[in-house]
Design a protein around this ligand. Structure first.
Ligand SMILES: NC(=O)c1ccc[n+]([C@@H]2O[C@H](COP(=O)([O-])OP(=O)(O)OC[C@H]3O[C@@H](n4cnc5c(N)ncnc54)[C@H](OP(=O)(O)O)[C@@H]3O)[C@@H](O)[C@H]2O)c1
Length: 267
């Protein structure tokens, strides 16, 4: 299936690791020029080399902290000098977690700054460029936890729920301009950061945090959230859906919240 991404331009926030990197790689493989936004310069340089090797004609890595409005504004100003328009914006950066009693006001502000406002600011920065494109798509990464609540993810989930609501709202306001906006809500996905954060807890139970079946065993015993496929997901299984929604080929899906969760009772 031709996704119509050859020669297109795309921005992926958090594009140097995990699902963001997987998304940037699929976009690059389809022939899109990809800009990745993240903080670490070395990670950005490594990613740009990788995207070029995969086939992206004009990859770029911009060092941006997405909690900083000024840095986001400057990044999109730089991109508008580089590219005539932007076809696809994918926002993947998300916040940390915690239980209600453990979170301070500052933690809540950080959760919303990373989980909601980072995307709001990137969309604001990108809109002039998106409006110049013959077709344009926005995809925001939400989280399945907005449908399957966990006390350990209270601020995280609230920030993702807000982002999902904003996506739906923008789908309505931007639809008449031909800009399609969707959310993709991953279930449990085995990313390097997921595995390294949880390694001590897994090892205490004799489990491997990089093994999708072990990860689901741990999720089931600690969160009571089983899935039909009996395993956790992989970053490229999320990236495939994200890239379809971010492509020209997606002509009629907007305002949707698509679960990529291995099967649950939630829609
Ligand atoms: N993994 C899961 O099971 C799961 C499930 C549901 C939803 N999600 C959501 O999916 C998204 C991707 O998760 P992931 O596990 O793939 O992420 P990840 O592997 O931890 O990667 C995070 C990316 O974001 C960048 N980043 C972090 N803070 C940033 C900041 N302040 N400014 C700019 N860039 C920043 C990181 O680069 P730098 O560190 O260099 O900045 C990196 O490129 C997140 O929104 C997460 O909440 C994850």
């Amino acid at each position: 299936m031709d996704l119509g991404l050859a020669g297109a331009t795309a921005v992926v926030t958090g594009g140097t690791k995990g699902m963001g990197l997987a998304t940037a790689e699929v976009l690059a493989g389809e022939g899109a020029s990809v800009a990745v936004l993240a903080r670490d310069r070395a990670g950005l340089d490594q990613t740009v080399d990788r995207l070029r090797a995969i086939g992206s004609p004009d990859p770029v890595g911009l060092s941006v902290d997405v909690t900083d409005a000024g840095q986001i504004e400057r990044a999109f100003a730089e991109l508008s000098e580089r590219w005539p328009c932007l076809n696809s914006l994918v926002n993947t950066v998300g916040p940390m977690d915690g239980t209600f009693e453990n979170l301070t006001d500052e933690d809540w502000d950080t959760a919303f700054s990373l989980g909601t406002m980072s995307a709001v600011r990137c969309i604001r920065g990108a809109l002039p460029l998106l409006r110049r494109a013959p077709w344009a798509r926005i995809v925001n990464i939400g989280a399945h936890s907005i449908k399957r609540q966990s006390p350990r993810l209270v601020a995280y989930t609230a920030a993702k729920a807000a982002l999902t609501s904003i996506s739906k709202n923008l789908a309505r306001s931007l639809g008449p301009e031909g800009i399609l906006v969707n959310t993709v809500s991953p279930g449990t996905i085995v990313t390097a950061s997921f595995s390294s954060t949880l390694r001590p807890l897994f090892e205490a139970e004799g489990l491997d945090p990089t093994d999708p079946h072990d990860v689901m065993r741990w999720i089931e015993s600690n969160f009571n959230h089983p899935v039909d496929l009996g395993r956790a997901g992989l970053p490229d299984e999320v990236a495939s859906i994200v890239v379809y929604l971010a492509s020209k080929r997606n002509g009629y899906v907007t305002g949707a919240n698509v679960n990529v969760d291995g099967g649950s009772d939630f829609n």
